[in-house]
Design a protein around this ligand. Structure first.
Ligand SMILES: CC(C)(COP(=O)(O)OP(=O)(O)OC[C@H]1O[C@@H](n2cnc3c(N)ncnc32)[C@H](O)[C@@H]1OP(=O)(O)O)[C@@H](O)C(=O)NCCC(=O)NCCS
Length: 181
C-alpha cells in the first residue's frame, strides 16, 4: 500500500485542464493524501493525521463534497467538503467547510474554482451561511476566502492546542445574498 506522500507525489498532474465534480468513494486515497499533505504544513488544521475514509465522510454532508480533477489524467488535485455546525433547526443552513489543494498545484486558481462551485452548490441546497476557521498564518487561505466574499468575524484566541502550542483561529463567514432572504 502506498503512503500518503507517495500518492501525493504520484498524483502530480500534467495540468492541461481542470474539472470540478462530486467526490466519489474511489477518490478516497487521493483526497486523504492531499488532506495529509495540507496538515503536514502545520498551517491547515489542528489535526496532525488525516482520518480514515469512514471518519472523513462520517461528519461531512454527502451532497456538498467536490473534487477538482486534472481533465487530462483524471487525477484529483483538490477537494472541498462541509459539515453542519449544529443539529438545531435554526442553524440548518449553516455549514463549516474545508478546502485543500494538492501541494504541487497551489496558486493556480484551483482553490478558487472549488470554492466557487461549492458556494453555488450550497446556495442551491439551501445553505445561507458558510463558515471556516483559519490559522492567522495561513495567508493563502485567508486570501482565497477574502476573494470569495468571506468576512472576518473575529479571531478566537488560543482556542486549541496544536503540536504543543495554543493557537488563535480566525473565524470567517460568508452570508449568502440569494439563499435565506
Ligand atoms: C489555501 C488553499 C486551499 C488555496 O488554494 P489555491 O489553489 O492555492 O489558491 P488559488 O490559486 O485559487 O488562489 C485564490 C486567491 O488567493 C490568492 N492567493 C493564493 N495563495 C496566496 C498566497 N500564498 N498569498 C497571497 N494570496 C494568495 C490568489 O492570488 C487568488 O486570488 P486572485 O484570484 O484574486 O488572484 C491552498 O493553498 C491549500 O490547499 N493549502 C493547504 C491546505 C490549507 O491550508 N487549506 C485551508 C485550510 S483553512
Amino acid at each position: 500500500m502506498m503512503t500518503h506522500e507517495e500518492i501525493v507525489q504520484a498524483a502530480k498532474p500534467a495540468g492541461t485542464g481542470l474539472g470540478i465534480r462530486p467526490m466519489l468513494q474511489s477518490d478516497a486515497e487521493q483526497v486523504l493524501a492531499i488532506y495529509q499533505a495540507g496538515l503536514d504544513t502545520g498551517q491547515a488544521g489542528f489535526e496532525t493525521t488525516a482520518p480514515s475514509w469512514e471518519g472523513f465522510t462520517a461528519g461531512k454532508l454527502a451532497h456538498l463534497r467536490y473534487v477538482a480533477v486534472d481533465t487530462a489524467t483524471g487525477q484529483v488535485v483538490g477537494w472541498v467538503a462541509a459539515s453542519p455546525v449544529s443539529a438545531r433547526p435554526v442553524y440548518a443552513g449553516v455549514v463549516e467547510h474545508s478546502v485543500y489543494v494538492h501541494p504541487g498545484c497551489q496558486a493556480h486558481g484551483i482553490g478558487r474554482a472549488l470554492l466557487e462551485e461549492f458556494i453555488a452548490a450550497s446556495e442551491d441546497a439551501g445553505i445561507w451561511t458558510i463558515q471556516a476557521g483559519v490559522f492567522p498564518d495561513n495567508t493563502a487561505s485567508l486570501a482565497l476566502h477574502d476573494r470569495l466574499g468571506f468576512r472576518v468575524v473575529g479571531t478566537r484566541e488560543r482556542v486549541g492546542r496544536h503540536r504543543g502550542l495554543w493557537r488563535d483561529v480566525v473565524l470567517l463567514e460568508r452570508r449568502s445574498a440569494v439563499t435565506g432572504q
